[in-house]
Design a protein around this ligand. Structure first.
Ligand code: GAP
Length: 439
């Protein structure tokens, strides 16, 4: 097994064993490219989404939130260009009947059996279903392949109720579905996934500047999570890579074990989307600038990140093997559990004090109580799931109401008064990794 597969293999197994991520419908043998987040995974994913949401909405006066429905009027997908253009060219092997993306096979012979391949045919990646009891053409609806369109069709609603002025943005987190031909690499490419998208509406002519601005902001966001700088890079799309709606686009790429791949797309979508929705809906989605008395259709700068891909990035970047332990060096703010609380021994009143500390901390952070086994082993179990702090009640606690707080990454220990635990941890939990007490 190669080193890169090895890391992926180890991570997949850790995720399963410790309850981050399970294959979907596992008792039935699983279903391809669908995954379930377990007790620790859902905490990690929620923390990540919450951090994105806070950064994008709470910290920006001019960004509003939205949660649009997954099922939308089918005309949305005609207007957006997805019915016509959201396709991959496919070829079938005439002998073994396997199906491949035409751009991923060389020549006209099947990579599996050497059989002859058919001519490429366009295959639409949107999942279709029927709305209502009758399964007929007129009842077809799609599961959204991107969350963005829910924002565009609500542009006027949000503008009216929020009294924002351009430039302003709308942010949304939600599920998207794509019938991917070659899913894989764990949660990197799946058929059901989540996106965190922000659509920023700007005056035409200012779009290039805003594209640059958001590219830098988004890159800085990953760095604030402690993702290694040399594992991140910006890739500008070449003309043949550009999506049908984009004039210019950048990918924020991460160096995955299987190579550099897109983590987030930053796109200049021009007035393509709003103009098409004006055309298809017959509604006025233009903007009137009170100051300059100009009317125009705004340009859109989009930041589009995958939740699951960011989870995978954070896990891979954090995964560290040391001589004596495996550590997930997750940023404390996204760690599923913030502190493990341990009585050094199961006597002398230590478990009771430790339980009291649990109750004191629980309203503020997710904590985990563990009294079983050697203390070193209890620390290592928490290291492996990325818990930034270990709090130990020992004989000194009985004398002076202090506890040991151990930092996950440096393994340094300091003594903290029980009453000071909440503020001490609160401060430490918002700083990027490594988790250490060194100045
Ligand atoms: N609204 C623009 C848009 O959807 P995209 O580049 O197709 O652009 C944006 O997707 C992000 O969504 C990607 O950078 C990736 O993080 C995530 N994504 C897309 N397809 C995915 C899939 N099949 N599985 C997991 N994440 C996916």
């Amino acid at each position: 097994m190669s080193a890169e597969n090895d890391i992926m293999g180890k991570l997949v197994s850790l995720c399963k064993r410790r309850g981050f991520i399970f294959p979907s419908s596992e008792i039935y043998g699983g279903i391809n490219a669908c995954w379930d987040y377990g007790p620790l995974g859902v905490e990690l994913k929620n923390n990540l989404k919450q951090y994105w949401w806070t950064t994008m909405t709470q910290l920006h006066e001019n960004i509003e939130g939205l949660d649009a429905s997954i099922l939308m009027h089918p005309k949305v997908w005609e207007a957006s260009g997805h019915v016509e253009g959201f396709t991959d060219p496919l070829v079938d092997c005439k002998v073994c009947k396997q199906r491949f993306r035409a751009d991923q096979v060389e020549g006209t012979r099947c990579p599996e059996c050497g059989g002859e391949l058919t001519e490429p045919r366009q295959f639409n990646l949107m999942f279709k279903t029927y709305m209502g009891p009758v399964e007929e053409e007129a009842a077809i609806v799609y599961l959204r392949p991107e969350t963005a369109q829910g924002i565009y069709v609500n542009f006027r609603n949000v503008l009216t109720v929020s009294r924002q002025k351009i430039p302003f943005g709308i942010a949304q987190i939600g599920k998207a579905f794509r019938n991917e031909i070659s899913p894989g690499n764990f949660i990197f490419r799946s058929r059901e996934f989540e996106q965190m998208e922000m659509q920023f509406f700007v005056k035409p002519g200012t779009d290039e500047e805003w594209l640059e601005h958001w590219k830098n902001e988004r890159l800085a966001w990953y760095l604030s999570l402690g993702i290694r700088k040399d594992h991140l890079r910006i890739h500008e799309h070449t003309p043949d890579e550009l999506a049908h709606y984009a004039k210019k686009a950048f990918d924020i790429e991460y160096l995955f074990p299987f190579g550099w791949r897109e983590l987030e797309g930053i796109h200049n979508r021009t007035d393509f989307d709003l103009s098409r929705h004006i055309q298809y809906s017959g509604k006025d989605l233009s903007y009137f600038d009170e100051e300059t008395r100009e009317r125009y259709v705004p340009y859109i700068i989009e930041t589009s990140a995958g939740v699951d891909r960011t989870v995978l990035t954070c896990l891979l970047d954090a995964y560290t093997e040391e001589a004596e332990r495996v550590v997930l060096r997750l940023a404390p703010r996204i760690a599923p559990i913030k502190a493990g609380i341990f009585p050094l021994v199961k006597r002398d009143g230590m478990p009771e004090i430790a339980r009291k500390i649990v109750e004191q901390l629980r309203p503020h952070f997710r904590v985990f109580y563990d009294e079983s086994g050697a203390i070193g082993r209890r620390y290592r179990r928490q290291d492996e799931i990325g818990t930034p702090f270990g709090i130990t009640v020992d004989s000194e606690t009985l004398q002076n109401e202090t506890v040991t707080v151990r930092a996950r990454d440096s393994m340094e220990q300091i003594r903290v008064k029980i009453d000071d635990l909440v503020p001490t941890l609160q401060k430490a939990l918002t700083t990027p990794p490594p988790v250490t007490f060194a100045p």
